[in-house]
Design a protein around this ligand. Structure first.
Ligand code: ADP
Length: 495
């Protein structure tokens, strides 16, 4: 009998009022049922919001350094449970163990960063233009924050949102992706064991279009942070705009790696294999375009297909596996559909382009690492996010042309340049229109203590991670104290 997992609402583990559950299965082996998770109803969400408001009333009055101590304990518990959580994560979403361990490590780093931020959360004292008057700003908690997260970083992305939100004194409602409810459950267990007051966190499982939507539309949740598809982000943007909510959006990418003719090609090859096929291409920063200088194009495509063709597919829990499955059947169908689109558009499928034939892989959502060559700027496989192990190769004649191709998409998350020319590298840093640029490293690999986010339709101007995210989760208040004992008028009595 599979375990029936619960929501965490109003300080207790609670079955969904609907009485309905959904299955969570291992994407590497559909016969492996992990558990049944609540298909919650809007009423569950409403109860969670009412409880989170009570949690907020208490937590917002707790001194920030004390809030930081709770996050310190959260970090320590994550260290102790790193292996257990990594294994559970690989089982439910497929990426290889080295990557899920990295995912937990990012949560640990984020916890320890947040813990120390409890002793900073700086405000400012600035000179007033008037005598005997102080002018200062400080940060206040906002209220209940609603966090909506995707499947590809089941622990790291929730912690990017949750830990700064909590440190700033807010309560949290966590609506994880339907594909990764078990990791979400394990994370909330850690928070509670670390001593977070129960009503400060609520976990509500279920469909985005039902419970996610109920949360976004509820006036009791003034802050929403979302990572996911551009389509869902647009829906949230419209709702939050209408309701005047604070909204952070982190959405798609069509990230490119540029390899110039003077680059270290072996280094670039290691980079593109990791960037394009790590996490089976399901990262928002995944390398999905490879822009090659014409002088090294043919040689590099041969090197790439040779190595990518040898990547070992399999369950992420197997030590020998290099590429795990896709998250579900629709994701695999989407990649396969783009293979058809690439052919129709006149690109050549020079590697992969199919489901592997091996019997040992037939119970999972595996797809062969795929390379499209002869891709021209403007083709759909050059413009649209595929979110799978598919890489489009574009040939260019110069750095200027490479930058133009890089910038010619609607997204602007990550980019990468391989070159030994320091002048070219600095010029590209200026001109590549992305939130993140890597030089001589692939498009993936963000560190938790730096801001993360993209330009154009990747986001809406906010950043996660690092120091900037603390501005998002707090409200700035300004206080003037006039101790002159008389009326002093700003801009008028300033002699
Ligand atoms: P992906 O393609 O990565 O699954 P989605 O945007 O569909 O991206 O999902 C990301 C998160 O957004 C998930 O937690 C999902 O449940 C949630 N979600 C989907 N639709 C909505 C919606 N209409 N309102 C709120 N949340 C939603």
């Amino acid at each position: 009998m599979p375990e029936h997992f619960k929501n965490f609402i109003a300080g207790d583990w609670a079955a969904p009022t609907s009485g309905e559950y959904f299955e969570n299965r291992n994407p590497a082996d559909q016969n492996d049922l992990i558990g049944l998770f609540p298909r919650s109803a809007p009423t569950d969400m409403q109860r969670a919001i009412a409880s989170a408001q009570r949690g907020f009333a208490r937590w917002s009055k707790t001194p920030a350094p004390v809030r930081g101590q709770v996050l310190q304990r959260v970090g320590q518990l994550l260290v102790e449970r790193k292996e257990q959580i990594a294994r559970a994560m690989t089982r439910e979403m497929g990426k290889v163990l080295a990557e899920t361990r990295g995912d937990v490590q990012e949560g640990i780093d984020t916890a320890f960063y947040a813990a120390t931020e409890g002793r900073r959360l700086f405000g400012r004292v600035v000179p007033s233009e008037l005598r005997h008057k102080w002018a200062m700003s400080y940060r206040r908690p906002i209220g209940v924050t609603g966090l909506i997260t995707p499947f590809n970083f089941p622990l790291a992305i929730p912690t990017w949102k949750m830990f700064p939100a909590l440190l700033c004194g807010n309560a949290v409602i966590f609506k994880p992706a339907e594909d990764v409810p078990h990791t979400a459950h394990l994370l909330v267990e850690v928070l509670l064991e670390a001593g977070l007051p129960p009503e400060v966190v609520q976990l509500v499982h279920g469909q985005g279009s039902v419970v996610g939507r109920a949360m976004v539309e509820h006036e009791g949740v003034p802050v929403i942070s979302f990572t996911g598809s551009t389509e869902t982000g647009a829906v949230l943007g419209a709702t939050c705009g209408r309701l005047h909510k604070r909204l952070s959006l982190e959405m798609g990418g069509k990230n490119a790696m540029i390899v110039m003719d003077d680059a270290d090609l072996d280094l670039a090859l290691d980079g593109v294999l990791w960037g394009a096929f790590g996490t089976t291409g399901q990262r928002c920063t995944a390398t999905s375009r490879l822009i090659l200088h014409e002088k090294i194009h043919d040689r590099f495509v041969t090197m790439l297909c040779d190595r990518a063709g040898k990547l070992r597919l399999g369950p992420g829990l197997d030590d020998k596996t290099e590429v795990g499955p896709l998250i579900h059947e629709e994701a695999r169908q989407k990649v396969d559909a783009y293979v058809g689109i690439a052919k129709e558009e006149g690109a050549a499928v020079v590697l992969g382009g199919r489901t592997p034939g091996e019997k040992r892989l037939e119970c999972g959502w595996f797809y062969e690492p795929t390379v499209f060559a002869g891709v021209k700027p403007g083709m759909r496989v050059e413009q649209e996010e595929i979110f799978g192990p598919a890489l489009s190769v574009i040939k260019v004649g110069s750095l200027d042309q490479a930058i133009k191709v890089n910038n010619g998409v609607k997204y602007g998350l990550s980019s990468s340049l391989y070159t030994r020319d320091v002048n070219g590298a600095f010029r590209a840093m200026e001109e590549l229109d992305n939130g993140i640029t890597y030089v001589n490293a692939p498009t993936i690999g963000a560190e938790a203590h730096l801001p993360f986010g993209g330009v154009k339709q990747t986001g809406n101007g906010h950043r996660e991670g690092g120091w900037e995210v603390y501005d998002f989760y707090s409200e700035t208040k300004v206080v003037y104290v006039d101790y002159s004992g008389r009326l002093q008028r700003a801009q008028i009595d300033t002699e």
